[in-house]
Design a protein around this ligand. Structure first.
Ligand SMILES: [Ca+2]
Length: 366
């Protein structure tokens, strides 16, 4: 009797919970070059609730959407002879990188470039077709698509390398907030969530805006046994704070995040990790393709992160979900719907997907 009552209560709780939000990661990065209007439009057409612009600054202080200051891999800049002399080496968050950087180009110069697909195994037929867009263009698109479709399309911008850009004299946060406020978005009722892998800039944003904030947490790698090797927020490195993202995901760390953020956006391996099968001291190539990828892993039981975050009032929205078999643990049998369903079952409140169509399809079968 008691058991059946508990079961009924559990069913009610699941039925009453809100649908997890689907974020179109960099647009529809599984199908179109990332951070392009075409990609964002496709994500919206596929049912994404929010579109995700990553923010970096041009030399003249305009926010454009790119995943990193280094635009070498995602634009055709290397094929422009007039910019050959701009190739340089910079240190970003402690890492030396060589290439072309958004903060060495004016917006007018950026507008002469075209986007290209980053990953070699994805569709390159759209390379060279789409311009690099500003944050304002993404806001305008979300508004226009919301009006045209009669449903609200949210925007979930990420401040990329905020300490780096502030040190360069091109801080992101003030301009981002000004653009969001000018769009009429001021508080937690707005279809806006602001992301950062750094902590300090989110705390400063919390002091000046009521817009929702999401603390991203990263990791370097999954060890063969499924434990995670965690790195640090870069502002912690600069401040001499020794804590890692793993520390932020403890109950104590989550309680601190809850003082300034609405949600966490963890690397998905903090929620469901994976491990290799070890034979003779080596990981077994389960799919026999000659390479060790996530396809050669098996999933571990979910961690306590979702429950611990919910216990302090934080939503949980992990990244990144992708269709390709090399990104899917072997127990999903190369069916991305099974991965989404496994994560939805942990109680996550949203997720970042390169392929919003699959995420929406999986959500509809919850
Ligand atoms: Ca393999």
């Amino acid at each position: 009797m008691l058991r059946s009552v508990l079961f009924a209560a559990a069913v009610f709780a699941v039925a009453a919970s809100a649908d997890p939000l689907i974020f179109g990661h960099r647009g529809a990065a599984g199908y179109r070059p990332e951070h392009t209007i075409a990609g964002y439009k496709l994500a919206i057409a596929m049912g994404a609730d929010f579109i995700e612009p990553d923010l970096v600054s041009t030399k003249d202080g305009v926010l454009i959407v790119r995943h990193e200051p280094n635009i070498t891999e995602t634009t055709d800049v290397a094929t422009h002879p007039e910019f050959a002399a701009r190739k340089t080496t910079k240190t970003i968050d402690g890492e030396a990188q060589t290439g072309w950087f958004a903060d060495d180009f004016t917006l007018a110069e950026i507008k002469t470039l075209r986007a290209k697909e980053r990953l070699p195994f994805r569709d390159h037929s759209y390379d060279g077709q789409f311009e690099i867009v500003t944050f304002q263009q993404v806001i305008d698109l979300a508004k226009a698509e919301s009006a045209a479709r009669g449903r609200v399309i949210g925007v979930i911008p990420e401040t990329k390398h905020p300490s780096y850009f502030r040190a360069e004299g091109l801080p992101l946060e003030e301009k981002m907030l000004a653009a969001l406020n000018a769009a009429g978005w001021h508080d937690e009722t707005a279809p806006v969530i602001i992301q950062s892998f750094e902590v300090g800039n989110l705390k400063r944003l919390h002091a000046v805006t009521r817009l929702r904030l999401i603390q991203l947490t990263d990791g370097i790698a999954v060890r063969p046994d499924g434990s995670i090797d965690y790195n640090q927020p870069y502002d912690f490195v600069l401040a001499g704070d020794k804590r890692t993202y793993g520390d932020l995901l403890t109950p104590k760390g989550l309680a601190e995040i809850a003082t300034y953020a609405w949600a966490i956006g963890p690397w998905k391996r903090a929620i469901i990790s994976v491990r290799n099968i070890i034979k003779d001291g080596q990981p077994v190539d389960l799919d026999g393709d000659g390479k060790i990828t996530e396809a050669d892993t098996v999933s571990l039981p979910p961690s306590h992160v979702v429950a611990d975050a919910h216990a302090v009032g934080l939503k949980v929205m992990p990244f990144t979900f992708r269709n390709e078999c090399v990104f899917l643990a072997s127990d999903y049998g190369c069916d991305p719907l099974k991965e989404y369903q496994a994560f939805f079952a942990t109680g996550v409140d949203g997720l970042f997907s390169d392929s919003a169509d699959k995420a929406v399809a999986a959500r509809s079968t919850r």
